[in-house]
Write a protein that binds this ligand. Structure first.
Ligand SMILES: NC(=O)c1ccc[n+]([C@@H]2O[C@H](COP(=O)([O-])OP(=O)(O)OC[C@H]3O[C@@H](n4cnc5c(N)ncnc54)[C@H](OP(=O)(O)O)[C@@H]3O)[C@@H](O)[C@H]2O)c1
Length: 279
């Protein structure tokens, strides 16, 4: 129950109506009888500054940021945790006594999700489609380990920028997301991470690549949690974007509450809510 002293967390994005983060947090808070709530707000690009000011004025106890604000919010915060600054993208904001501090939990959330399938992202060949906020977080995190990463993006300049910015022992190359380069890169890839909003099956079919070319790929992770039109024939299988969603949410919980997150409870909150739609 919301009371006079309930601590408020929120989500700023556009669109937010489809977001499953409120389900994860509110069910978890309820089950643990924590006097906290999590409210999503539809915030357009031109209203983000006002929304950040409101979070300060109203004393929100930390909030999440999603598309399209992950990069633009940087200049509105007082401090950035080192990796968020390096990545240039924030998905979690914590409030200290006097300031708002930006973090990014997407990269580590993805790595933990991969690990839960037994995929250790070290010394692997990884193909990343897209070069937006989520791709940046993933490439920065994955390049810390000794992975060979290929970035393909619709806008070549953004793929180049991301490849130039990422540091670490991983080798990074880039190209334009077109039929020839995707078809070539699919050959013997350990992991394909699709961080565009177009699902892999749809993207492959748009580029007129036969779906069975995905057989050359071991694992596929579509970050977007829309439904696939057809099953992906990857060798080992597909990694659920919902696992990543719960892991990055658990990392936000730890930043806000400064304690170990109840990961199993957060995950089961979402599994129970989605029922047969968990995938
Ligand atoms: N599962 C999770 O926990 C999780 C976490 C974070 C994000 N996500 C999901 O990941 C997706 C990307 O998020 P984001 O924050 O990275 O978004 P973003 O910053 O807007 O980046 C989107 C990327 O997709 C590319 N793109 C967009 N439309 C395309 C199209 N029609 N064809 C080919 N490429 C296209 C863009 O290319 P250009 O550079 O050419 O514009 C850009 O590289 C979203 O669906 C989001 O919901 C999921």
């Amino acid at each position: 129950m919301i009371k006079g002293d309930t601590r408020v967390h929120s989500l700023y994005g556009s669109p937010v109506a489809h977001s499953l983060s409120p389900v994860i947090f509110n069910r978890t808070f309820e089950k643990l009888s924590l006097n906290r709530t999590y409210v999503p707000f539809e915030v357009s690009k031109d209203k983000l500054k006002d929304a950040v000011r409101a979070a300060r004025t109203l004393g929100f106890d930390g909030f999440n940021v999603t598309m399209p604000h992950k990069a633009t919010i940087l200049e509105m915060l007082d401090e950035l945790e080192e990796s968020a600054e390096k990545i240039g993208s924030v998905n979690t904001v914590a409030r200290t006594k006097s300031s708002l501090v930006g973090y990014n939990t997407d990269g580590e959330g993805a790595v933990r999700a991969l690990r839960s399938y037994g995929f250790k992202a070290d010394n692997k060949r990884i193909l990343v489609l897209g070069a937006g906020g989520a791709a940046k977080a993933l490439v920065h995190r994955l390049s810390k380990d000794n992975n060979k990463i290929m970035i393909l993006n619709r806008t070549l300049g953004k793929a180049r920028q991301l490849a130039d910015d990422a540091s670490g022992p991983g080798r990074i190359s880039y190209g334009e997301l077109d039929k020839a380069s995707l078809e070539k890169s699919l050959h013997d890839t350990d992991l394909l991470v699709n961080s565009t909003p177009i699902m892999t099956c749809a993207l492959v079919s748009q580029l007129k690549i036969p779906l069975n070319k995905l057989k050359n790929t071991d694992w596929v992770l579509d970050l977007s949690y829309d439904k696939q039109s057809e099953p992906i024939p990857a060798r080992s299988g597909t990694i659920s974007p919902l696992e990543m969603l719960v892991h990055q949410a658990a990392l936000s919980y730890e930043i806000w509450l400064d304690e170990t997150a109840p990961f199993a409870l957060m995950r089961s909150s979402l599994v129970d809510y989605l029922g047969k739609d968990w995938k």
